[in-house]
Each structure stands twice: as C-alpha cells, then as structure tokens.
Design a protein around this ligand. Sequence first.
Ligand code: HEM
Length: 532
Amino acid sequence: RNIQAARASGLPYLVLPLNPDNPLYMIFSVPLWPFVERFLPGSLHDAVLATIYGWEFLEKSSLFHRIGPVFILVTTGLNRVMCGDAAMTSQVMARRNVFTQHSISKTMMGVFGGNVLVADGDDWSRQRRIVAPSLNERISPTVWRESIDQATQMVRSMLALPGGETRGSVHGIRAIAINVIGRVAYGDPKPWLKPIEFPTDPDADMSYTDVVGLMTELIIVAALVPIRILRLSVMPRLLQTLGAAMEKMPRQTKDMLDYERHRAGDGHPDTITSRLVRLSDQAKLVDHDKTASKQYLTEEEISGNLFLFTTAGFDTTAFTMGYALGLLAAYPEWQRWIQAELDQVLGDDAQPEYTDVFPKLTRCLAFMLETLRLFTPILHLPRDVLSSGTTLTTTSGTAHEIVGPCIVYLVSTYLHTNPADWGDDGDAFRPTRWLNPSPKEGEPPIITPAPGTFIAWSGGPRQCPGLKMSQVEFVAVISTILRTCSIEPVTKDGETMDQARQRLLDVMQDSQPTTTLRMKRPEDIHLRWVKR
Ligand code: HEM
C-alpha cells in the first residue's frame, strides 16, 4: 500500500523494509552511521541514511542531488516525504490544518503540559492568540538591556583569563541565553558568573530557571523515562537530579503563577510570564461574560507554555550565538566588517538604547541570518498528514498527490543551500547576501528570501513567535563582544593561523542534533579574546 501511494504521487522513492518512527530508533540510529557508510550498497544505503537522526547535516545535500528535491522514503510504518522544494514547503507551512505537528514532536515537547507548539486546529489558534502577544515587541528593550549586561560580564571574565584564552566560550554563551530567558520570561535575575552548569545535586535548592534548564537539556530522557525510575538511587546523580527537578516543577510553577497574580499591578517590571497570565486571565473574564467557547489558557496550558519558552527559546538562540563565535574567529574579515559598523553606529555610547541602535546594526543581523542558514538549529520540520490526501505543486509547476497517512519533512539544510535559490555559492558563508544592495526609500536594509527558501524560524501562520526576541538577543550579545574585543583561534604547536581557523570550522561541522543542532566537541572551540 505504501509503495502504491509513493507511485501514485509521481515522486521518486526509496524503499526501506523497516519502521523507523519511534524515539528509540531516533537515538540508536546515530551510531549506525559508520556502518551504513561502509557496508550498505546503493539505494539501501540511501534509504537507511535518510532515517539516521541528523543525516541532513551529516550528508548535507547529497541525497537530494542524487534523487531530486522531493522524494519519498517508503517504510513499513508511515511513508516519509522528504521535501527540499521551496514552493511545496511554503504550501505545507500555510496549510496548518492538513499538515499538523508530528506525533513524536508532540510527545517530546508536550511532556510538561499542552502548549502552542504541540497544539493543532482551533486549540492552536486559541493558544497562539495569547502566547504570541506575550512575546511581542514590548519585551525587546528588556531583552536588549539584559543581553548587553550579561555579555559585558562574560567578556570581562574572558579577558581576565590568562592570555585571554578560553575553551568554554560556547558554554559561556549558553549561560547568557539561560540568564536572559530567566530574567525576561520568569523574572529570575542572575549575574553571569561562569559558563553554564546545570544542577547536579538532587537535594539542593533549584530555582524555576534551573529546573526548566535541566529538563530542557535532558528533554529526551525526561520524555521517555518515568520520574520514579530517574529517582532510583542506582541512577547516575545527574538523572536523579533530573527526577527531582521534574518532581519540583508543578509546585514551582504554581508558586510562580500565584506570585504573578498576587503582585499584578504593583508596578513590578513585566515578564513574559506576567503578560501570559494577564492575557489569559483577561480572556477568561470575557469568556465568563459571554459564555462563549473557551478563549483562555488552562493552568496546565500556562505551565506548558512557560516551559516551552525555555525548550523553544534557549538552545536555539544559545547555539546560534555559539556557532557565530566560532565563525567570527574563523573569518576575521567578517569580524572586521561588523566592527566597522559598530564603531560607526555605537561610537563611544556606553549604554546604547535599543530603539536607537538595533535597526542600524544590520551587518550583525545579517551575520545571524547567515549563521542560521548554514547552522540551522532545527534541521527539519516534521508534519503529519492524517487526511486521505492532498496535492502539492513544486517550484517547477508539477502537481503531486500526497497520500496520507504519512509524514512530511521540510528539510532546512537543503532549502537553505539549494543552488536554484541561493546561487552557486549557496554552501559558502557570505553574510552580505542578506543585505539589500540598493534599498529604495522605505525598503528594509535586509532582504526577505523567497517563500520556503529560509525556514530557520519556520514560516506561515506557525512562524516562531520568538523570532524578534532571538534577533534582539543575538545582536545585543555579538555587538557587545565585538565592540570590546576581537576573537581568534589559539594555534596548536606548529600550526599556522589559517590551519587553526580551518580546525575551528571542522569542529563546527562535527555537529549532531539532539533537539537542536550542537557541536560534539564545543571545548575544542579554543579562542583568544583580545581587547580592542
Ligand atoms: C534563533 C532562535 C530561534 C529559532 C531558530 C527558533 C525556531 C523555531 C522553529 C523552527 C519553530 C517551529 C517549530 C515547528 O513548528 O515544528 C519555532 C516555534 C516556536 N518558537 Fe522558536 N526559535 C527561536 C527562538 C525562540 C524564542 C527566543 C522563543 C521564546 C522565548 C521561541 C518560542 C517559540 C514558540 C512558542 C514556538 C511555537 C509556535 C507555534 O507552534 O505556533 N522561539 N521556533
């Protein structure tokens, strides 16, 4: 039946006599990679490859070049449509009721309560109406100030190290990202003290940010292993701590929500939590009056969405900044290019204001977009097709019947580099491609890529509502670092600077996604911080 469905679509297809659609296969497929490479022939090689978690980054575009921009992997479970075509991608993103969130994403991301990411249909519309405004432009000035503050403390600490040398820069950046979320989302201010460390003592006190940070770090374990197993004394201490964190979570969420409601209107600065609670409580009052269908969030959904802000917003932003650091050190010409803009826009303004300077730091933003294009944190967006069928049309105009049930994977890595959309240098790191070469009056300085060609923040109605927050954080952090210092790789004995730069790029290529793409050897990003 699956082969017939693949044939009926008119798309090229591969056949795999196996069902790879479960979280355990996702985990255990990764060590299979060297075996696949060495021993499997031809189309079996390609079929197994397309099931290895993270293949899109490992193999880049090779499968698409061999088979075509869209192909089907026939399995004994559900067929998988691998989509690298921009037009099809934007149709999938636009039709959110036909292409719904994938069941495995729901299991992982919904582990601590229903939230907007795992919802579909009317349930999604209701949650989105409350969640998106709580992340809107009003939080940007706070994100800006907190990010600058955190980055200033980190740079000071890096420069004070012997020779300005550090192996923990990526972990340092992660500490910034969790502290910014902690402050902006949960009103939990923390100084930048050291590279990120998660709690490892099950009996120690943990703040809400500690609890959600640890659960985000270990989300696959948290989703699959029950708390009572994690708490067993034979388990490693980190997992026992995870179990303790999961136990604490409901109580801590309740205390935080009680606190937010209690202090409402007392002049405290807004947080994302306080806005979410307020918007939901207001919607509840309206509902009460009208006895219309429910428009507010239940307590369980508020708690699920609060947790989601960390799972969705922390490592995505943190690792984008981490890769950017490595890229800045590997490409000194782009570093100088950004610094020239910073010198011009910021001058010696010690406390640049968000509204004055953020719109002018276009090179810094272009650097973020280029980093996300090549090191996109989420390598594919999976969508379930539950209905019997739907038709999608490719960029070249051919129509294909997609027969459900099946899973459609929108593959960012190919969409972001396809030469038809990005030119022959689509694999090269070139931030200037994002700048509008001659903007006319009123036109933005940054280009908007054609629909479906850049999906780092997804697109269509479900586009990431944290897009602006992550841009503001990135620009604030990278501009603070580069206005104060330059960064370069530390050479090993006998190594030239060019070789050291290439080594950094190799470390970045040696990456693997967990929930987001991350370097396997972040401590090999060995950098020197030099005061300007
Ligand atoms: C560079 C940083 C970020 C990237 C690359 C990113 C990427 C994405 C992507 C690809 C999706 C769609 C996932 C899917 O539909 O399967 C998404 C959804 C979402 N993101 Fe982000 N994100 C980032 C930062 C943030 C931040 C800072 C927040 C909030 C604090 C956030 C909150 C959300 C939420 C709530 C959704 C669900 C939206 C919905 O389904 O309607 N993200 N993000």
